[in-house]
Write a protein that binds this ligand. Sequence first.
Ligand code: DQA
Length: 149
Amino acid sequence: MARILLLHGPNLSQLGSRDPAQYGLATLDDVVAAARTEAEADGAELEHLQTEHEGVLLERLHAARGDGTDAVVINAGAWTHTSYALHDALELLTTPKVEVHLSNIHAREAFRSTSVIAPVCDGAIAGFGIDGYPLAVRAALALLRRRSA
Ligand code: DQA
């Protein structure tokens, strides 16, 4: 059974009441459920972690190198735009890695249009709100299948 690790960075715990014009009204639980439903429909399992602490995210990524994680889907929040440490941790991980954002980061403030993790992810899905999560899970599973073919 494929194991997908879904990661969320800072402030995403506030979904549902955080800037609904950008992020919609879905809560973090809703978003995780949408991703999990897609994973389970494909016979995969999904683990989720959200944290406000960058080191917690880095340590989970390090652990993912040896704990049977098959693919990572990550919404790193604002760390997307700032964290070279996250870039380096993702670079170390050889599983498929899919970046996801609720909002279209390219249609907002200039600082959001740069993702420092994009070069170390396989691809990115942005701008489709909660619907981006099942798409990201499907992309991760498709990458996994392509690698093992
Ligand atoms: C976000 C976009 C980021 O710019 C922002 O800092 C977030 C959420 C998104 O899902 O659209 O926290 O990653």
